[in-house]
Design a protein around this ligand. Structure first.
Ligand SMILES: NC(=O)c1ccc[n+]([C@@H]2O[C@H](COP(=O)([O-])OP(=O)(O)OC[C@H]3O[C@@H](n4cnc5c(N)ncnc54)[C@H](O)[C@@H]3O)[C@@H](O)[C@H]2O)c1
Length: 249
């Protein structure tokens, strides 16, 4: 028996990086998957890559109408919605905190944090109607052990972690579980933004800060998401699971 047989999942930011890895893993384990990304081409290409059980949807996760439409289209296509993975995220480039302007600050909070509010508004009623569901919110080691130069991004991830715990206690009576993942720096297009500059020296400096001695990979994050989304984790809610090679010890 596949671990997500019969489940319907929606994964945001699944046109690339961790989200794509999560969508691929979920589909391989039997889920039907809505792949949501602000880049329409990327969403469609990812859905094509994942196969017949996937649907590619263009949406900006910081926009109410887009989020509502993505949830509605998923339910229309697959008949239900069991798992929402709030993975889409952005950062300002690593630089001194006072150099990040207000517009960029607002955008990082809208994409990383407001999106969770919007998906809760759209998906909780669906899950309540079905008798349960799971949210997995992608936080970061940045929200536990912050690095300099990423102050405002770090703050969004601290918010992701606390919102996940608070949603978990508030939604537990509805049998809706809410967990967060805290990946360490990973091999995705976002990595250069976190490092400030992608040089062999910077890579070495980051890797030296991770006890297991490597960057995380989409498959590492997907394996953790799979466990938390599956019924194997039915007694687990409100955790922030570090997928970090020991970075936060
Ligand atoms: N890569 C890392 O080092 C790392 C470490 C810890 C946490 N994270 C988190 O993991 C998540 C995924 O990051 P990634 O590294 O895979 O990045 P990525 O840039 O490869 O993927 C992010 C995807 O989100 C999409 N996206 C961006 N803004 C969007 C929006 N407004 N609406 C919908 N889609 C949008 C992008 O088009 C992209 O496809 C993010 O939340 C990030 O903060 C990443």
């Amino acid at each position: 028996m596949k671990r997500l047989e019969g489940k319907v999942a929606l994964v945001t930011g699944a046109g690339s990086g961790f989200g794509l890895g999560i969508a691929e893993k979920f589909a391989a384990e039997g889920a039907k998957v809505a792949i949501v990304d602000i880049k329409e081409e990327a969403a469609k290409a990812a859905a094509h890559q994942v196969g017949a059980s996937a649907l590619g949807l263009a949406a900006d996760v910081s926009k109410t109408a887009d989020v509502k439409a993505a949830v509605q289209k998923t339910v229309d296509a697959f008949g239900r919605l069991d798992i929402v993975v709030n993975n889409a995220g952005i950062s300002h480039r690593n630089r001194p905190m006072l150099e990040v302007d207000e517009e960029e600050f607002d955008r990082v909070f809208a994409v990383n944090v407001k999106s969770i509010y919007l998906f809760a508004q759209a998906a909780v009623p669906v899950m309540r109607g079905q008798g349960g569901g799971v949210f997995i919110n992608v936080g970061s080691t940045a929200g536990i052990r912050p690095r300099p130069g990423l102050t405002w991004y770090n703050g969004t991830k601290g918010a992701v972690h606390l919102i996940s715990k608070s949603m978990a206690v508030e939604l537990a009576p509805d049998r809706i579980r809410v967990c967060a993942l805290a990946p360490v720096a990973g091999e995705t297009p976002l990595l250069a933004t976190f490092m400030g500059e992608d040089t062999p020296q910077k890579r070495e400096q980051f890797i030296n800060s991770i006890p297991l001695g490597r960057f995380s990979k989409p498959e590492d994050i997907a394996n953790a998401a799979l466990y938390l989304a599956s019924d194997e984790a039915s007694m687990i809610t409100g955790v922030v699971l570090e997928v970090d090679g020991g970075r936060c010890i």
